[in-house]
Design a protein around this ligand. Structure first.
Ligand SMILES: [Zn+2]
Length: 166
């Protein structure tokens, strides 16, 4: 089951190879910093191809649901990942630099031993929202408790005010 997820990226692209499967989210170490829990798995497809200009590319498709922390109520937030990206393979640092100047392409350095797991993790981290939040009015548990706490506190405040006047 543990198929090695290492590819020779240029060969992979030129031979139009395809690698697809499922990976437990717990296997992505860097991703854990962004997640509330590491349960679940993701589905991925990595496809090698040559683009319209004859350049080698990797197409990366990732689907999953991950648990992020809402930055407003600090509760769990389910975030759907549906990533489709095309990465141009640069053959060396110089090419990478010149290709990177084109803002319409994403470019990575071709490697004879490219770790697909790291590649997928990079793409997920790039795609995560900087400040995840529930939809408007969607912050339920935390927001509700705050409201309750304020209401419970107010009778005491009223009592204190009463004591002062007498
Ligand atoms: Zn929220």
């Amino acid at each position: 089951m543990a198929v090695p997820l290492v590819i020779d990226s240029l060969d992979f692209a030129c031979n139009a190879e395809v690698r697809r499967g499922k990976i437990a989210i717990a296997r992505f170490q860097r991703l854990q910093d962004y997640l509330v829990n590491d349960s679940g798995e993701l589905g991925y497809t990595v496809t090698g191809a040559v683009d319209a200009n004859g350049r080698p590319v990797l197409r990366v498709d990732i689907q999953s649901v991950v648990s992020l922390r809402c930055q407003r109520c600090l509760e769990e937030l389910e975030h759907v990942l549906d990533i489709h990206t095309e990465l141009l393979l640069a053959q060396n640092e110089q090419e990478l630099k010149s290709l990177d100047e084109d803002e319409f392409v994403d470019c990575i350095l071709a490697q004879p031993e490219m770790d697909v797991l790291l590649l997928i993790e990079d793409e997920i981290i790039l795609a995560l929202p900087v400040s995840p939040r529930h939809e408007q009015d969607g912050c339920m548990p935390g927001g509700r408790e705050d409201g309750k706490a304020i209401r419970e506190a107010s009778p005491f405040a009223a009592l204190a005010a009463l004591k002062k006047t007498h």
